[in-house]
Design a binder for this molecule. Structure first.
Ligand SMILES: *Cc1c(COP(=O)(O)O)cnc(C)c1O
Length: 453
């Protein structure tokens, strides 16, 4: 592996976490920034590289979140930084709808080549994941002439009006932000750990299909949208056969099948896209987070006949496919290929999964260990009842942060700890991060009096 680092790849704490400078910034922030924009780790970043984030107090923290699956190639990847600087020195914006440029085409070419399926494809670029999802639905509605859109339990698709409607969880994403977009229907997910149907993905798909058939009608559905591995909803990996059975039924009924790979895409799960693990070929794929080494960029990539069916000027936006973001994406995607980051994600799973499974044998509060590649999670429960334990989850992420490890939680019930390290994290640093997670879990889970408070 030829990955090189600018910052020492080690965890070092010189103050409490958060330290005094972070605490000062938190005070300034509360006078300037709306109170309810959350930050899960209240430490202010000064520098970041590889698997570390250095805070304003000089603490070097292990990053096991990648800013929510974004900094796959590292937060200051040299190739990405060079490409950004070179493009910014030439032009930062012309608007692709006014004066187009090559970088946009280069990103589209890569997406058309790397996304699942070898059919003729087209790509459109936007700024955020939510914007990509909105546009995928627009395309599906126009192409089918139908209104209904199906999403699933535990789904997360964004925070704009239509994507809030598609997102399952009310608090905090939707609570009192309605009314929501109409003609959105929610179907039961395959959730092997909590589902009656367990690992029978075909049966779980048939359950959803019967409901769609009876409650909506297959010939009235424009699109089925699903995350091949659910992100915010809890890193839920549907049982084998679930996705492919749904996609098959969608094809038979003229429904556009949209895979929302905003979180699971770009090498994260050990292949380019999570759809690849099951040979799933979606009609449209939405991408964002890992695409451009941290620069804001998103895309929809889909069958040429679907995307080319849209009327002239029907898709676009002022900033969509910004040239600096496109330069970053080309550099990031080429880096992922050159360094075989899909292989690196699989390697991370080989290191982490056995450790998490061994830990689950010792700590009954770990109800489930799941995920693929470097998109891994543990679900924490009350060992007696199996009820989700959000308090324990919070206790563990808080304790890990105090020891210098940034860990994210997720899940409909707030009881899942997710591991999303940058794929360039060195093995030793990952192992150190896992040790901190393990001792935080041991302390919190085996001392119930602490977690109950
Ligand atoms: C994060 C996410 C989105 C929304 O992306 P934004 O860039 O935050 O708008 C959509 N879908 C999935 C699966 C996501 O994880």
């Amino acid at each position: 592996m030829t990955i090189s680092y600018r910052l020492p790849q080690q965890r070092t704490l010189s103050t409490a976490v958060p330290g005094p400078r972070s605490t000062d910034l938190a005070a300034r922030r509360s006078a300037a920034v709306a109170a309810r924009v959350g930050s899960s780790a209240p430490v202010y970043a000064a520098d970041a590289d590889g698997g570390v984030i250095v805070d304003v107090d000089g603490n070097s923290l292990i990053d096991l979140g990648s800013g929510i699956a974004v900094t796959t190639v590292g937060a200051s990847n040299a190739q990405v930084a060079d490409a950004v600087a070179a493009q910014a020195a030439r032009f930062t914006h012309t608007c692709f709808m006014v004066t187009p440029y090559e970088g946009y085409i280069e990103v589209a070419e890569r997406l058309n080549r790397l996304t699942p399926g070898d059919h003729e494809k087209r790509t459109v670029l936007f700024n955020s994941g939510a914007e990509a999802v909105e546009n995928a639905i627009k395309v599906a509605r126009l192409a089918t002439g139908r209104d209904a859109v199906v999403a699933f339990d535990h789904a997360y698709h964004g925070r704009t009006n239509l994507t809030m409607a598609l997102t399952a969880k009310s608090m905090p994403y939707k609570h009192r932000f309605g009314p929501f977009a109409p003609e959105v229907y929610r179907m039961p997910m395959s959730y092997p750990y909590r589902d009656d149907l367990g690992t029978d993905g075909v049966a779980a798909a048939k359950r959803a299909i019967t409901t769609m058939d009876k409650q909506i009608g297959g010939d009235e559905i424009a699109a089925i949208i699903i995350e091949p591995i659910q992100g915010e909803g809890g890193f839920i990996v549907p049982a084998p056969g679930f996705l492919t059975t749904l996609a098959e039924w969608a094809r038979e009924n003229g429904i556009v099948f949209i895979a929302d790979e905003v979180q699971s895409g770009f090498a994260r799960t050990g292949s380019w896209f999570a759809s690849d693990h099951e040979g799933l070929v979606p009609d449209i794929v939405t991408t964002a987070k890992g695409i451009a080494g941290g620069m804001p960029l998103s895309a929809i990539t889909g069958r040429a006949e679907l995307l080319d069916a849209v009327h002239a000027g029907g898709l676009g936006g002022t900033y969509g496919g910004n040239p600096v973001a496109c330069a970053a994406a080309v550099a990031a995607i080429d880096y992922m290929a050159a360094e075989d980051l899909p292989g690196r994600a699989a390697h991370i799973a080989e290191i982490a999964v056995p450790r998490l499974k061994a830990l689950a044998e010792q700590i009954p509060a770990i109800g489930d260990v799941r995920g693929r590649g470097a998109m891994l999670a543990i679900e924490l429960v009350d060992p007696q009842t199996g009820a989700p334990d959000a308090a324990l989850t919070k206790a563990v992420t808080t304790a890990a942060l105090a020891e210098g490890v940034i860990l994210l939680s997720c899940g409909t019930f707030g009881n899942v700890i997710r591991l999303l390290p940058p794929l360039v994290i060195p093995d030793e640093l990952l192992l150190d991060g896992l040790s901190v997670l393990e001792s935080a879990l041991r302390t919190a889970a085996l001392a119930p009096a602490v977690t109950a408070s």
